[in-house]
Design a protein around this ligand. Sequence first.
Ligand code: 3PG
Length: 204
Amino acid sequence: MDAGKLLAGNRIIPVVVIDDVDTAVPLAECLLEAGLKTIEVTLRTPAAVEAIDRIAREVPGMIVGAGSIRNSEQVDEVLRAGAMFGVAPGATGRLLTAVDRAGLPFVPGAATASEMMRNLQRGYRLQKFFPAEQSGGIDYLKAVGSPLPEVRFVPTGGIDADLARDYLALPNVFAVGGSWVAPRKLVESRDFDAIGKLAAAAAV
Ligand code: 3PG
């Protein structure tokens, strides 16, 4: 399935770093309860793959994906764990070939017009704009909207609740991703009350 179809209507994608696998299920439940139905677990900790596996098995209704995918081994690994979609900070030909072969709904990253065009040539109309704030932010997305009208973006990187609203008002923004919804420190300290409040405020 196409990532755009899978993620349609979910305009905020929490990007999470999970250090302790036991926080995965309560975190996903907390986000779901607040109205956020997607979670991107970044492959940046040893616990990430097991966290994806637990969420996929134990939190029905949550669309769980893997983030920070960089190579084909990780594609196979997260698919086995039950990841429903994948996200990458960029894209390489080899990675996109692995993703296509595996049939994983995928959002490749891009930060320049050439990268966006290369992803588009491979059939990816939905792309992560990363790192969004550092790469020119809202003005940049407005500027590429004219020459690349087919591309829809998930800007991620440096975005907070206020900026998310501004990004979401752009016609070429499909959804916004970010860690502000469930910051690593709050996940680590299992402060699900605070995360629930941030998530509820983000849910649109
Ligand atoms: C990502 O992996 O998409 C980013 O690290 C998230 O960026 P943020 O932490 O600035 O929201």
